[in-house]
Design a protein around this ligand. Sequence first.
Ligand SMILES: *Cc1c(COP(=O)(O)O)cnc(C)c1O
Length: 309
Amino acid sequence: MFHKMGSKAPDIVRQLKFVIDRVNAAARSRPPHLQGKEPRLVAVSKTKPSSMIVEAYTSGQRHFGENYVQELVEKSTDPQILQNCADLRWHFIGNLQKNKVNKITGVPNLFMVETVDSEKLALALNNSWGKLSRGEPLRIMVQVNTSGEENKGGVKPSEAPALALFVRDKCPHLQLAGLMTIGSYESSTTATVNPDFQCLVQCRKEVAEALGVAELDLELSMGMSHDFEHAIETGSTNVRVGSTIFGARQYPPKPDSAASGAASEPNPSSASTSASTAGPGGDSAKQCSSTDKVEVAETELHSLSLNSS
Ligand SMILES: *Cc1c(COP(=O)(O)O)cnc(C)c1O
């Protein structure tokens, strides 16, 4: 279903190594209070064929991320993956509708759901996972909308402690691993210190206080292809990197736009939109930052790819 377009196949092994080296270098340059666990690299393989996943897995990569339910179901049950990647760990990083939770919990080798943004979704996952009677709880992260953009999923920063408490108290089959955010593209490119990342760090502090746990016991999932080093230096323990490893994403052109060649990517974050909670202005969600942010076309976020020369 994923067409190969005209572009040259990326050298995945080389690009993966390049990213891992940069992850490790960024981890070494973290301030002392953020040193500790090595950050985890999640290779985001959305839209890419299973063969690329097998290639990355074979060279040592274990954590992979997908953000469309159906695509994750297909890849995780692909015989090619099942036979070659026994120890692969899937992260779900997209918008999850309550009526699709059984599909997600049924994914072989599901490691974590990073995008829990409501009590209802947490309960649905909890119940679904509980019925499967796997030995250990399902790891989840609370997704926080740090940029206040309407097209981004997640709870408001001020709502994160309550949702974390709900998971702890009402969802025995879930384990809260930490907090996740996407952040705005603008914040990640213009500010010296990304305010959205700082927001998530602050949010973790409040959640840790509410739960009575140490801050560093909660993970932070933040940072993508264009900003993962900065994210690690700010405290990220889980970076989600796609196009820098697998090459720019391309989608098969729609029949009516075949002449245009490269089709643009569907907006992954609109898939994360929580239509029920986003207010018209988006400003209400901005608890960590007072500056207004310019909305940037989501396609720009994904147009960055590694120059393979
Ligand atoms: C696609 C995606 C990524 C990876 O994006 P790149 O810019 O290709 O690294 C990370 N996180 C989420 C939630 C995504 O949807």
